[in-house]
Design a protein around this ligand. Structure first.
Ligand code: ADP
Ligand code: MG
Length: 292
């Protein structure tokens, strides 16, 4: 394409809230054959809310929220915000925790009065040898309802399961349908558990998804598809997504996402809507058509 037609295309995209950082990205966008979408914060709002608290060895919900908000007040994860807000809303004071440690893709750990406090997914509980027993079935039911269950354990004992729900962005379903109509393979990638991922994928019309993906493995998925001769678009919002965004043929960052994601991507969707993807691809096609 001529520099002039590319400039026009970049300008047109900007008018619809799609910021394209370089002319090459605009030209490659029309050739995308596979689009990877992160789940949390990309397909969904990324603003989870606490929906369920199941007491196991805890006395009351207040105790569970005081402990979980105590540990999560040290974390910047969207799940952590949901917990801290829920405690705040109910006027529950967080319990002080020490020696906080984030365990990537699994959860968080800290100490309370010298006892180990853990909060995270099943993998975290298995790593730390916490006996979940039949409570896993309860978490499974929550996950099948598209909720994300998290386990809270203190001093080696399971206290409770807390579930959060992250609403799907209102236009994600239609935006994904537009991508599929243009012949693009759409694939969802998430660190969340398999049952939750399956429920969300089904709701938004995605057949192909990979769950329980460790942060360092997101970029490997991009590479895998590229080795299969796909031209890969990657869309994400998180720090976790940055290496995959950089490696993809075209990286799309959600404008409301983290700075690291935006810096690693070629394109920023200022409005956060996934419609920006099909818009960018349509403008790319029009740009290339004009110069032929
Ligand atoms: P994603 O952003 O794609 O969901 P992450 O790697 O950030 O992936 O998280 C994967 C899973 O690890 C989460 O679904 C959750 O179960 C657990 N997890 C990660 N961070 C936290 C946290 N701060 N508190 C509780 N659980 C967490
Ligand atoms: Mg995300």
């Amino acid at each position: 394409a001529t520099p002039m037609s590319v400039m026009v295309g970049v300008g047109k995209a900007a008018e619809s809230g799609v910021l394209i950082r370089n002319g090459e990205a605009l030209q490659t966008a029309s050739k995308i054959t596979a689009m990877i979408l992160d789940k949390t914060g990309t397909i969904t709002e990324g603003k989870p809310q606490v929906t369920d608290i199941i007491l196991v060895n805890a006395d009351c919900e207040e105790q569970v929220l005081a402990l979980s908000a105590g540990i999560e007040s040290h974390s910047e994860h969207p799940l952590a915000q949901a917990i801290v807000e829920s405690a705040n809303d109910r006027g529950i004071e967080a319990i002080d925790t020490e020696h906080f440690n984030a365990i990537s893709g699994k959860g968080v750990e800290a100490e309370v009065d010298g006892q180990i406090l853990l909060f995270g997914n099943l993998k975290l509980m298995q790593d730390k040898n916490i006996d979940i027993g039949f409570n896993e079935a309860k978490a499974q039911v929550l996950a099948e309802n598209a909720k994300t269950p998290m386990y809270l354990a203190l001093a080696g004992q399971l206290l409770a399961i807390i579930a959060v729900s992250d609403p799907i962005k209102p236009d994600s379903i239609e935006a994904i349908a537009r991508l599929k109509r243009s012949g693009i393979k759409v694939i969802m990638l998430t660190g969340d558990n398999k049952a939750t991922a399956a429920a969300v994928a089904k709701k938004v019309g995605i057949d192909d998804f990979f769950a329980e993906v460790m942060p360092e493995d997101k970029a490997n998925k991009v590479a895998e598809l590229q080795q299969q001769n796909e031209v890969v678009g990657m869309t994400g919002d998180g720090i976790n997504d940055a290496p995959a965004l950089a490696l993809a043929d075209v990286g799309f960052a959600i404008g409301t996402g983290t700075d690291v994601a935006i810096e690693s991507a070629d394109v920023t969707l200022m409005r956060g809507s996934l419609h920006g993807l099909a818009d960018a691809i349509a403008i790319s096609k029009a740009t290339l058509r004009n110069i032929k």
